[in-house]
Design a protein around this ligand. Structure first.
Ligand code: AMP
Length: 415
């Protein structure tokens, strides 16, 4: 199989590792890729958000599958353009990607499908925002209604800050606060059949102990030793299948990767958000544990044949990834610093580029994801931090408590 992978972050490097490791993949092409992906794929300088350019590249290179990593190409209609050429694409149509692209649309689908989620109001002016904030009380949750690369959400006890964020965004969703540990569940689907991957947990806040501003994600681990038994079955029954049925009923079936972000509350799992693609950095840990060949699985989803796909096989043990971020991330990340010690296996490239002289430079907020597996969570965590210790990047920072609460048995479900 020949595969074209779109994107150039840590998620795509993890996808590239999975795709390149699938014996059925004879050629992997990536656009635009990154220096980590360059050792696994041939890179093409095509804009992944340009539907016509991607479709032309897919035809020209004769690929059997296009795997779309980030959300922006999905919302731009890249999957539609590729499918219009008769080439299977892993990723939803632009219409179906609105599950991620618009929080209001997602709430609408959840309500119609009876999916358990936070109560919410869409607000476009200060008066209705204030009313919604006061109805739910603190902590206040205010979400930008559009795509914001994981940074459009403010959770705060400060009412004035909540109002300010709403004013800056224009159109927001104000919702009730959901108390409980969070779970990211990835579901591969062809629109009807759906296969869950291992649940994972990510770390959104920049600082240890969940302090500081939200980020795209500072680390992740899988599986979740504290997850209630039956959690995945319950989420498939109460969230995933009703959502897929509602999307199909609307004439916009969702095929690709449905990312279900959940809070495990005293009343059971509640959806915090849907995304229309693999999460970053959870992909790095989930795929590190997947033994089933990745390209075959994604091809089955892209061709409507997932029901006939064999059950997934997983490696024993656990995986942990720790994000090494640039100085100033998330507010104002500095780029262009030299990175050393990033050559070893497990160091996934997220925001890097090659200088003309071959040096590896930082080129984004999240620069590297130190990713390791182990016989258990503690061993995986220690191995990931050993990789972090080998990386040198001036001014960089990382969280020191990724997976710590799970290793120490400190995660509890309210109630
Ligand atoms: P989102 O972009 O919707 O995933 O939100 C980013 C982060 O904000 C989530 O991972 C949660 O940590 C937090 N968050 C969002 N919505 C809620 C909510 N209703 N209650 C509690 N925390 C939330």
């Amino acid at each position: 199989m020949r595969v074209l992978l779109l994107g150039g972050g840590g998620r795509e490097h993890a996808l590239a590792l999975g795709l390149a490791g699938d014996p059925s993949v004879e050629q992997l092409i990536a656009a635009p890729g990154n220096p980590g992906i360059a050792s696994l794929a041939s890179l093409q300088g095509v804009d992944p958000c340009d539907p016509a350019a991607v479709a032309a590249l897919a035809v020209e290179t004769g690929v059997d599958l296009v795997v779309i990593g980030p959300e922006a190409p999905l919302v731009a209609g890249v999957a539609d353009a590729v499918r219009a050429k008769g080439i299977p694409a892993f990723g939803p149509s632009a219409e179906a990607a609105r599950l991620e692209g618009s929080k209001t649309f997602a709430k609408d689908v959840m309500t119609a499908a009876g999916v358990p989620t936070a109560r919410a109001y869409t607000c476009t002016d200060a008066e209705s925002t204030a009313r919604a904030l006061d109805e739910f009380g603190a902590p206040y949750v205010v979400k930008n209604d559009g795509l914001a690369a994981g940074k459009g959400v403010v959770v705060t006890d400060d009412r004035a800050a909540a109002l300010r964020h709403a004013e800056e965004c224009g159109r927001v969703v104000v919702e009730e606060y959901l108390a409980g540990p969070e779970v990211s569940l990835f579901v591969v689907t062809d629109g009807e059949a759906a296969v869950p991957l291992l649940p994972a947990q990510d770390f959104k806040r920049v600082g240890d102990g969940d302090t500081g501003p939200n980020t795209g994600g500072m680390g992740a681990y899988a599986p979740l030793p504290w997850a209630p038994p039956g959690l995945v079955d319950e989420v498939m029954r109460d969230v995933v299948h009703p959502t897929l049925a509602e999307m199909a009923r609307r004439g916009t079936p969702f095929a690709g990767l449905l990312y279900v972000g959940l809070a495990i509350t005293a009343d059971g799992p509640r959806v915090i958000e849907f995304n229309a693609r693999f999460g970053d950095p959870e992909t790095q840990v989930v795929l590190a544990l997947l033994e089933t060949p990745l390209a075959g699985l994604l091809h089955a989803a892209a061709t409507g044949t997932l029901a006939g796909h064999p059950p997934l096989r997983w490696r024993d043990g656990a995986a942990v990834t720790v994000v090494v971020a640039a100085e100033g991330y998330p507010a104002a990340p500095r780029s262009g610093d030299v990175i050393t010690g990033a050559e070893g296996p497990g160091v996934i490239h997220a925001g890097t580029r090659r200088a003309d002289d071959g040096a590896l430079l930082s080129s984004g907020g999240r620069v590297l994801c130190a990713t390791a597996t182990g016989t258990d969570l503690a061993a995986a965590r220690d191995a990931a931090y050993a990789l972090v210790a080998g990386v040198e990047l001036a001014g960089s920072h990382h969280r020191t408590d990724i997976a710590a609460a799970a290793v120490e048995g400190r995660i509890t479900i309210p109630g």
